[in-house]
Ligand binder design. Structure first.
Ligand SMILES: Cc1cc2nc3c(=O)[nH]c(=O)nc-3n(C[C@H](O)[C@H](O)[C@H](O)COP(=O)(O)O)c2cc1C
Length: 374
């Protein structure tokens, strides 16, 4: 059994990832560029805070608010406990949750319980299963996908893209060949639930989204740069092992597409797609900005994991604050519901404006694209 095929190795790696992201200082090393967008203040919104309606949809399913906890964990009893805590609050609040990579379920079926708990604690919430592109390339097929979907009775399957992480991971697997997309397209016709193509902190570009759309994929979690950095995580792990790749990881510490820019690139490339705006979102105002820019739902990972370490009350308190901040932003931008938030007046300045110009996206045309998504 090679090191990467050994389930103990996967478990240890997941635990080390959790430890590194929580204690390693690997987030917010660069900007999401969400600071370059301002929701224009409306002194007389024409309605009151109680009238703000955050109800929304996740791939056709009704949710109370456009908030998702994106995939992070599972695999050991302790990580299952964290999954269970997050799932209970997600259910209470009517939100959406993804789980971490379920490769471990295939390689070590006794880890199933750490994922099953999510559906048990969140019986009505939309849940998203998770697997990586390299696993598809390396032979996972319909049977493996059906297993990981059934473990959480998933409503959608996220296939994660983490090429930057794999490049610098001491034991990384960089299999990102074109044929995997054709394979995924064929599999997606048989699994019966939507597929979401999900980045993990480096964002999706115009070119990548066009490639995905040409294969019939139209659901994206952009996971842009500015939040948890997986290059930084692998740099840290490499340093601990004296691995030569860690020196090169430092060179790429700012690699990626900032979250605000990737939301715009994705909406521009596939105007009617379903977009989870994520990567470095840390409060409800960030969610409001992500939606006004073109996302359908906003996603958090690390802040929710950190809160879960302190228990359910801490997750509840974090997400309640997020919800209140989202409602406040909606009121003060004159957006009575999520549909109106997508049409709210915004100003785009600084680096984000330059980014768009250099990518050939005219801001006035973009304004029509983001508002026309509904
Ligand atoms: C501890 C941890 C583990 C993660 N594991 C996965 C994973 O297994 N699969 C995946 O698609 N994304 C994974 N992610 C990435 C997140 O879903 C998210 O895309 C990324 O962390 C950016 O969001 P953030 O800045 O809010 O953390 C993980 C994130 C964290 C913090």
């Amino acid at each position: 059994m090679t090191e990467t095929r050994d389930p103990r190795h996967l478990i240890n790696r997941k635990l080390e990832h959790v430890e590194a992201t929580v204690f390693g200082g690997v987030e917010r090393l660069t900007s999401t560029m969400l600071d370059d967008i301002t929701l224009v203040h409306q002194a007389f919104p024409g309605f009151s805070l109680e009238d703000v309606e955050t109800m929304s949809y996740f791939l056709g399913k009704k949710i109370s608010s456009p908030i998702m906890v994106t995939g992070m964990t599972g695999g050991t009893p302790e990580l299952g406990r964290l999954n269970g805590i997050i799932a209970s609050v997600v259910e209470e609040m009517g939100l959406v949750m993804g789980v971490g990579s379920e490769r471990i379920v295939i390689e070590n079926p006794s880890s199933e319980e750490s994922f099953r708990v999510v559906r048990r604690n969140a019986p009505t919430s939309p849940l998203v299963a998770n697997i990586g592109v390299p696993q598809l390339y390396r032979g996972y097929g319909l049977s493996e996908l059906k297993t990981i979907i059934s473990v959480i009775e998933a409503d959608a399957l996220a296939v994660h893209l983490n090429v930057a992480q794999e490049v610098f991971q001491p034991e990384g697997e960089t299999d990102y060949r074109e044929e995997t997309l054709a394979k995924l397209r064929d599999l997606s016709k048989e699994i019966g639930i939507p597929v979401i193509l999900k980045e993990t902190g480096c964002g999706l570009s115009i070119e990548t989204v066009r490639r995905f759309s040409s294969y019939g994929f139209h659901n994206f979690d952009v996971s842009g740069q500015g939040g948890t950095s997986w290059v930084a995580v692998e740099k840290l792990r490499g340093e601990r092992r004296g691995n030569w790749k860690s020196r090169s990881a430092s060179v790429f510490s700012t690699w990626g597409i900032p979250t605000a820019a990737t939301i715009m690139e994705t909406r521009w490339s596939d105007p009617t797609s379903f977009i989870i705006g994520s990567g470095g979102l840390r409060n409800g105002l960030d969610i409001a900005k992500a939606i006004a820019l073109g996302a359908d739902v906003g996603g958090f990972a690390l802040p929710v994991l950190e809160a879960s370490l302190e228990g359910k009350n801490s997750v509840r308190s974090f997400l309640n604050d997020v919800l209140f901040q989202l409602q406040a932003a909606m009121l003060m931008s004159g957006s009575k519901d999520v549909k109106s938030l997508r049409k709210a007046s915004i100003v785009i300045r600084g680096g984000l404006k330059e980014w768009m110009e250099s990518r050939g996206i005219s801001l006035s045309t973009y304004d029509k694209v983001r508002k026309g998504g509904y």
